[in-house]
Design a protein around this ligand. Structure first.
Ligand SMILES: C[S@@+](CC[C@H](N)C(=O)[O-])C[C@H]1O[C@@H](n2cnc3c(N)ncnc32)[C@H](O)[C@@H]1O
Length: 239
């Protein structure tokens, strides 16, 4: 088996990749409209909003998401679907250009107040300062698989717990592993393996979310979509 690289190397490689805004694949990897193409880009937000609303209905939550933060907002594919029905939208990302692009896309489609949030990949908790218990909905979609390792992914879940109000929902998508060894996270060569760095067993993520202080309530699986395979969506409620 090829050995894993150390976590600090993987984090450094992730930072270099996302903040560079360069390379042929970067706009598609970052889910910018010009990277995915109109149809796929619009579908991302539409599909995610539909799953979110199914969860909200099943849990007797208001259908509107209230004050939303999207962690890893990329080029705004989800933002343009959620922001028009939100009361406020926070666009958070490790890539400054993606934060700017997401804010721009939100302003094209609605007048909902939108705030840029720059995330330092090595100190993501700093983005929480002054925002504790200020969000009703925490979105994290097509991001967990790109984190440098499971502990980095779970840092994001703990950040969700800090940002949410009691009763708020973290709507998180995870790429799941199966019995096939090849579906384990790759843990090396970030740029080449970025969409497969971190995977979880379906029940494993459910249990780790509890350790992070959130109550998992609902899950749905999407074994394949237009972009990729093996996705699990969780509705995690802050007690
Ligand atoms: C595949 S795009 C997804 C964008 C958007 N969430 C969507 O579903 O269309 C991944 C985004 O996550 C960001 N990202 C990567 N690692 C991150 C981390 N550790 N914390 C926050 N954002 C991260 C990248 O800069 C990129 O914009």
């Amino acid at each position: 088996m090829v050995p894993a690289q150390g976590i600090s190397r993987r984090i450094a490689d992730a930072r270099t990749y996302w903040s560079s805004s360069s390379g042929a694949a970067w706009p598609a990897d970052s889910h910018w409209r010009n990277g995915l193409g109109d149809e796929a880009w619009l579908e991302v937000g539409r599909d995610h909003l539909a799953i979110y609303q199914r969860f909200a209905k099943g849990l007797d939550l208001p259908s509107g998401p209230g004050r939303v933060i999207e962690w890893g907002c990329g080029g705004g594919a989800n933002a343009v679907a959620f922001a028009p029905i939100a009361s406020k939208f926070l666009a958070a990302d490790v890539a400054p250009d993606s934060v700017t692009e997401c804010v721009r896309q939100v302003q094209v489609v609605c007048q909902t107040p939108v705030e840029p949030v720059h995330v330092d990949i090595e100190n993501p908790e700093r983005a929480v300062d002054g925002r504790e218990a200020s969000c009703d909905t925490f979105l994290c979609l097509y991001v967990i698989e790109l984190t440098a390792g499971a502990e980095e992914a779970l840092r994001i879940v703990r950040i969700a717990e800090q940002l949410l109000v009691s009763g708020g929902m973290a709507f998180i998508q995870v790429k799941y592993r199966t019995a096939d060894r090849r579906t384990r996270g790759h843990r090396r060569d970030y740029r080449r393996n970025l969409a497969n760095m971190t995977t979880f067993g379906i029940d494993e993520f459910w249990l780790r979310a509890i350790d992070c202080g959130l109550n998992p309530k609902l899950i749905t699986l999407v074994p394949r979509n237009r972009l990729d395979t093996r996705y699990a969506y969780y509705a995690l409620i802050k007690p």
